[in-house]
Design a protein around this ligand. Structure first.
Ligand SMILES: Cc1cc2nc3c(=O)[nH]c(=O)nc-3n(C[C@H](O)[C@H](O)[C@H](O)COP(=O)(O)O)c2cc1C
Length: 350
């Protein structure tokens, strides 16, 4: 599969909406890995600009990633209750919560403009997170010669991916930073780790598997390959690269003692995601089972609270997504990081 893409290293830089940039992805693809951009948080116009910037930086294959979440159900009563609960935290920064919450991201499942853009620009790989689009969308992308990947966190999701005609599965373990790709956030979650999940999917599906979650160095990549994965997808490892869009506070938190602790929480966005432990994730103890509005409606409130806090110099309400391997993160240019990972991988494989 990687040969078909002209990718020489089994290293995928994870798509990270808001953090990965065209410059980061271009550096990774130029260094022999597969660079990715996440366009789940923007519209077709924003995605076009990112794809054009990436094409200007590399002639090699890259991956464009989309969110395929189920339609958010607006629930004014639940949203008002959530805003009322958050109000004291806003008040600490002399701010008020927004009066109303918006569905800030459109799902790719219902975004015809984004589909048209992908069919026109034809990135080598399109990867899907949170679920699968309608059959016709998958068929159209494949007919355009685009390779399709989708995230699975369980064998059941992987089977649905295989049945849909998708080309490869990203096995995302519970260790992973950022949002879990679970199809249905309300369903019970077994929280499988990267090792067990990768092995399950390699043995129980016929598709190539890309392992993701907690992989930070060449030894980790070698371990993923030993489990039968064709490549490893690393997100957290690339956040501290100068080419990422992470702000100074995020970088500081990631490379400081705080990186020793990550937490899974749905309070920030409405979907479970792993972040560095901070003031936002600590609200989990106070929420006492309170349910945030649906993703991405809750994220509108989360972003507003972060903005209010940041304006007063408090950075502890940022969505500082990171995986369990965060303490092993290294701040170095992406090309240097890929070369280091390749060297470590060669050493680990003897
Ligand atoms: C900051 C951040 C943002 C992320 N955003 C996305 C995204 O937009 N789309 C996606 O499919 N995965 C996203 N992920 C998850 C990654 O694809 C991948 O599963 C994860 O980074 C692997 O775990 P690791 O961070 O321990 O390497 C994100 C991860 C991080 C850390």
């Amino acid at each position: 599969m990687l040969d078909r893409l002209g990718v020489t290293l089994p290293i995928v830089q994870a798509p990270m909406a808001g953090v990965s940039t065209p410059a980061l992805a271009a550096e990774v693809s130029n260094a022999g890995g597969l660079g990715s951009i996440g366009v789940g948080a923007t519209d077709a116009g924003g995605a076009r600009a990112m794809i054009e910037a990436l094409r200007a930086g590399t002639g090699r294959a890259f991956n464009v990633n989309l969110f395929v979440h189920g339609a958010a159900k607006a629930d004014p009563v639940r949203e008002a209750a959530w805003l009322a609960w958050l109000a004291p935290f806003f008040a600490e920064f002399g701010a008020e919560p927004p009066r109303q919450l918006r569905t800030i991201y459109r799902s790719f499942a219902e975004d015809a403009e984004m589909l048209a853009l992908l069919l026109e620009t034809r990135p080598a790989v399109v990867s899907l997170h949170f679920g699968l689009p309608p059959e016709g969308v998958i068929r159209a992308l494949k007919s355009a010669g685009i390779m399709l990947w989708a995230t699975a966190t369980s064998l059941d999701e992987a089977r649905r991916i295989e049945a849909s005609g998708i080309d490869a599965i990203v096995a995302q373990g519970i260790e992973a930073g950022g949002h879990r790709g679970v199809f249905d956030p309300a369903a019970p979650d077994d929280g499988l780790g990267t090792m067990a999940l990768t092995r399950l999917l390699v043995r129980r599906t016929r598709l190539p598997v890309i392992a993701a979650g907690g992989i930070m160095d060449g030894a980790g990549i070698a371990a993923a390959l030993d489990l039968g994965a064709v490549a490893a997808q690393l997100g957290t490892a690339f956040i501290a690269c100068p080419e990422s869009a992470a702000d100074a506070a995020y970088r500081e938190a990631l490379t400081g003692p705080g990186a020793d602790h990550t937490r899974l929480t749905a309070l920030i966005s409405g979907r479970p995601a792993r972040a560095l432990a901070n003031r936002f994730t600590a609200l989990e103890a106070k929420a006492q089972g309170r349910l945030p509005p649906d993703y991405p409606i809750a994220y509108d409130a989360g972003k507003a609270l972060h903005a209010a806090a940041k304006a007063k110099g408090e950075h502890g309400f940022g969505a500082q997504w990171a995986g369990q391997g965060a303490p092993l993160s290294r701040a170095m240019p992406a090309a240097e990081l890929v070369a280091t990972l390749a060297r470590e991988l060669a050493d680990a494989r003897g």
